[in-house]
Design a protein around this ligand. Structure first.
Ligand SMILES: [Zn+2]
Length: 144
């Protein structure tokens, strides 16, 4: 399935949600469309599939595909939606969700998101231990 086709499904059936510090993209379809869910999951190689029984008499079983691992959201879902999600109401929801996701990464996963920080002493490229300094320069600066 092409990226544009997948974003068509996201625009029609996708749901971007945030609950506290959990971020999620879910696509839910009737079980008869299970092949589409499988194709999306296979094409992107991220996320998990679930199958739910019908909630009421006369309704269908539901198949969902959801992505909530932060690396999968940041490295796969965000680039995909940035490039292929067309301007529409879902794109507006995505934009708000994306801002919240990146604010969360800034505040809680800074090292993973930006990579480890390097000692602030010029010409030193050791990893930071504390206060922007490596172990050696921290010791020189504080005597500890
Ligand atoms: Zn240093």
């Amino acid at each position: 399935m092409s990226p544009a086709q997948i974003c068509g499904f996201i625009a029609a059936e996708g749901h971007f949600s945030q609950s506290g510090t959990k971020f999620k993209l879910v696509i839910g379809l009737a079980a008869e469309d299970e092949k589409s869910v499988d194709a999306i999951a296979r094409s992107l190689a991220v996320g998990t599939r679930h199958r739910y029984p019908a909630r009421r008499f006369g309704t269908q079983e539901q198949v969902t595909w959801q992505v909530q691992a932060l690396p999968e959201l940041v490295q796969v879902i965000v680039p995909l939606c940035d490039a292929y999600l067309l301007p529409c109401h879902k794109r507006d929801q995505y934009t708000v969700w994306r801002s919240a996701l990146f604010a969360h990464l800034e505040s809680r996963h800074r090292t993973w998101f930006h990579g480890p920080r390097i000692c602030s002493v010029e010409s030193c490229d050791e990893l930071v231990r504390a206060k922007g300094l490596c172990r050696r320069h921290y010791h020189i600066a504080t005597g500890r």
